[in-house]
Design a protein around this ligand. Structure first.
Ligand code: ANZ
Ligand code: ZN
Length: 834
């Protein structure tokens, strides 16, 4: 037909793929396997453009790999636990399960309308017992292997609502509903020993050469391995029982520049001082109320409290330094105490200036500047040690070694490595999560729920009318008998951090037996994920936790894979202009026409191009666009124009351009056939496109592949009818089918091709056609250009000589004489020296 009917074709082919199980991944396939995965969505209710872009990229790769002969696993599921479902329950009175499952149903339908090549038979939702029950089994495996433990740790406590708040429920330090100032409270919580894997996780990054450099760097910094010296400061006079404390430094070379010592507010010494000094107690309390996140500490104003205590310098026994309690020292890092060297550490310098402490220089770029005073900036550059007695003149590295050796010999310190990475606190005092499968017994302590009592299923009959965790209030759920001694006991009511759910879903996609988390052999046949695609916002936590969980399973002998994702790609966002009315209110694109507000006729101010977000109303609903233009045009837009790692600005002109392009492809495929004859130039174009687009898709350079498709379409449109042209159109369909699969299927069928184009192999290119086979060769006489000739590339020297001697112009210039010498540069020139 004249026009491509996207409504009919989209539905028809989607139904056909589903009925035929086209994208079903066969565990038993003899083909080589390829696992393509996009980060699974949170079922918020609607598909947004970010999803469409993410899943289209993975889809093109998955379809391409199938055409290249791989058995492809390309699954989809739902990261279905989490806070928004509980918030909906509190705000709208719906059950989190009902809310979540309805959202999943809506989003599944929407995804299906985009025609993704997904194996829906493997769909999973983390909120269902058949998933989280297997997660509980894995959690207990880790528990039994000693990789899970319980200890006191701080939570956000809302003193008005009397409840623990999730981090996202704390807004500017206040409870999101009560508005009360949040306090830190200590609770017993569950931790996973990710710090046991700190070195492995760091070393493993080196093997991930198909990950973006920036993501590897972010992980490296998060793990934050520092080598340094741990040493003891003796107190000049003991504080009660305490006569000294340890500090950690990465710069022992600067030890002679230490002008004070400092401890964290939670440090035992701070507590001891606070116990007897109300001013100290007030300061400690103030620190407790300000944020403890490392990022906040970095930016907060430096504040301290002089304890009046003094410490002895380990290398100069008669020198003592004042001891402060300081807000910039973190209890959770190193030893929670430091030697402060203001000349060479900016935080220490800011602090020293504020409290008028000495700022000696002990590192200098050169010996001439040994006594140059430190100004506003601490000197952290290279140089030699100065003003430091026996260390003077040494390099930084030598001085580090010298101080460490001395500490070791004299017994006051030793070399050590510390990490920024903390153990992973997985306890959440929330309902909508995986119940932690532990039972607390007075007599036996924490007891693992026996395997045959798994899954520990969330009770459905819960209420959200009061704040707090409904599991704590449930009348019966928590009361159970101790599996070990039979006495009355109580269930753990904490649930697992949802990052646990997303730490192994990719294994469960690969293999999901009913009675175990996964079948090892089957999982290993698919794993690791060859290409993982998702947002850069997951560059640290999700990816680190998934890497850890995989390594933990490997360590306890459940799987022999260490790194879950061989290739990682982080795509850019979909952006859009923002709009405001004269009153400064955000406007949605559909509220505007011709630069005016449709409803009022007022002029519109166009703001910056930003990530699509509900708060700025600059969202374009994929459902509307799909309806208007069909799945293929939308998919094509997602791949066009911007490199996939960059932001993609949405534009009406852009999507309309894509719709026009698909119409052009459609028109070509509908042309009458039966032409004969060869068109060498077009053949070359076609084969270059085959090779080029394959390479681009493999490199995930989708925008380049799109550009090459445009090039091929242009060439075909210009070419006269020929057999070559018909072959080119057939090839065009195959090459574009991963991107515009519905149109490709329809045209494929209309043209009488057998089977689905989704099952057709990727065309082979003829390498001979990739080279330009004719070259232009310069003919010179005595070094001057006199003529040119064209010859097949690679023509040998004698032939080129003969061809040059056949030139009329040359013959005239030579006037019948034979040249003295002939110089031939193959494919380039022939120079005749007369
Ligand atoms: C003296 C010194 C001199 C330091 C100098 C740095 C520069 P990274 O590299 O991030 O590991 N430090 C140690 N424990 C701390 C804590 N709990 N809270 C805040 N700061 C702490 O940082 C290690 C350095 O951070 C350590 O080395 C220590 O300051 C400080 F020119 O010791 B340094
Ligand atoms: Zn017991």
């Amino acid at each position: 037909s004249e026009r491509f009917d996207h409504k009919a074709a989209d539905a028809h082919w989607q139904a056909r793929w589903e009925a035929e199980g086209t994208f079903h991944a066969d565990d038993a396939s003899p083909r080589p396997k390829s696992y393509v995965l996009e980060m699974f969505p949170y079922p918020s209710g609607r598909i947004h453009m970010g999803h469409v872009r993410n899943y289209t990229m993975g889809d093109v790769l998955a379809r391409y790999r199938r055409m290249k002969g791989f058995e492809v696993l390309h699954p989809m599921g739902w990261d279905a636990f989490g806070m928004p479902a509980e918030n909906a329950a509190m705000e709208k009175g719906v059950h989190p399960g009902d809310w979540t499952r309805a959202n999943i149903a809506a989003m599944r339908t929407a995804l299906k309308k985009i025609g993704f090549a997904l194996d829906w038979s493997r769909e999973l939702a983390t909120c269902e017992p058949d998933y989280y029950g297997q997660e509980q089994a894995l959690f207990l495996d880790l528990y039994k292997a000693g990789l899970v433990y319980r200890r006191e740790s701080a939570v956000n406590w809302d003193p008005v609502d009397m409840t623990v708040l999730a981090n996202e429920q704390v807004i500017d330090g206040r409870g999101w509903r009560s508005g009360a100032l949040v306090e830190k409270r200590k609770l017993n919580q569950w931790f996973l020993k990710i710090t046991d894997f700190a070195d492995e996780l760091l070393e493993g990054l080196k093997s991930l050469d198909q990950w973006p450099e920036k993501v590897r760097t972010m992980q490296e910094n998060w793990i934050g391995r520092s080598k340094g010296l741990r040493f003891t400061f003796k107190l000049a006079a003991p504080e009660g029982e305490i006569d000294g404390f340890e500090v950690f430094t990465t710069r022992p070379d600067t030890i002679m520049g230490a002008s004070f010592a400092a401890v964290a507010a939670e440090h035992p010494i701070a507590r001891a001082v606070a116990a007897r000094d109300p001013l100290a107690a007030a300061f400690v309390d103030e620190c407790r109320h300000s944020g403890t996140a490392a990022a906040e500490v970095e930016t907060a104003e430096k504040k301290g409290f002089d304890t009046g205590l003094r410490v002895q310098h380990p290398l100069v026994p008669d020198r003592t330094l004042p001891l402060f309690i300081a807000n910039f020292v973190l209890m959770e890092y190193g030893t929670g105490a430091i030697m402060a060297v203001p000349g060479h550490d900016q935080r220490d310098l800011d602090f020293a200036r504020k409290y008028a402490l000495p700022v000696p220089r002990v590192v200098s770029p050169s010996l001439d500047e040994a006594n140059a005073p430190i100004q506003d900036e601490a000197y952290t550059g290279p140089g030699v040690i100065v003003n430091s007695g026996f260390l003077d003149g040494m390099s930084i590295e030598d001085a580090k070694a010298a101080v460490a050796a001395r500490a070791d010999a004299e017994g006051w310190g030793e070399g050590t490595t510390v990490y920024r990475l903390r153990d992973w606190g997985v306890s959440r005092q929330r309902y909508w999560g995986t119940p932690i499968p532990i039972i607390h017994c007075e007599a036996c302590g924490p007891v693992a729920v026996p395997q045959d009592q798994l899954p520990v299923v969330l009770p459905e009959d819960v209420s959200f009318d009061v704040p707090g965790n409904p599991l704590d209030r449930h009348p019966t759920w928590r009361h159970v008998d101790c599996p070990s001694c039979g006495a009355p006991a109580r269930r753990e009511t904490d649930t697992l951090d949802t990052f646990v759910d997303s730490s192994w879903y990719f294994i469960r996609f690969a293999s999901q037996p009913a009675d175990r988390p996964f079948d090892r052999a089957v999982a290993e046949s698919w794993m690791p994920v060859g290409q993982y695609i998702g947002g850069v916002e997951h560059a640290i936590l999700h990816l680190l936790y998934a890497r850890f969980w995989t390594r933990a399973l490997e360590r306890i002998g459940k799987i022999s894979i260490k790194e879950p994702f061989t290739g990682l790609f982080t795509q850019g966002m979909v952006t859009h202009e923002t709009y405001k009315d004269p009153a400064g209110q955000w406007l949605a694109p559909e509220d505007i026409s011709g630069g005016r507000v449709i409803a009022t006729g007022e002029p519109v101010t166009v703001g910056r191009v930003e990530k699509m977000s509900k708060s700025k109303k600059n969202v374009v609903d994929p459902h509307v666009i799909l309806d208007q233009h069909g799945a293929d045009a939308v998919r094509f837009f997602m791949l066009s124009d911007s490199p996939p790692e960059r932001d993609l600005p949405w534009s009406v002109a852009g999507i309309e351009g894509c719709a026009r392009f698909t119409a052009r492809v459609w028109k070509l495929t509908q042309a009458p056939r039966g032409a004969v004859g060869e068109d060498k130039a077009l053949d070359r174009e076609t084969h270059r496109a085959i090779a080029g687009i394959a390479a681009d898709i493999e490199a995930l350079s989708f925008n380049k592949a799109v550009a090459k498709l445009y090039g091929l379409v242009n060439a075909i449109e210009k070419a006269a009818p020929s057999a070559s042209r018909e072959a080119a159109i057939r090839t065009l369909l195959l090459l574009s089918s991963p991107m515009i699969p519905h149109l490709a299927e329809q045209a494929w069928e209309d043209r009488g091709e057998a089977g689905l184009i989704a099952n057709a192999p990727w065309p082979e290119h003829d390498p001979a056609l990739l080279v330009d086979d004719e070259v232009t060769i310069a003919i010179q006489v005595n070094g001057k250009l006199r003529d040119t000739l064209t010859a097949p590339k690679g023509t040998d020297k004698p032939t080129l000589e003969a061809l040059a001697m056949g030139s009329d112009k040359v013959l005239r210039l030579l006037e019948g004489k034979t040249p003295k010498k002939i110089i031939v540069v193959p494919d380039r020139l022939v120079n005749l020296v007369a």
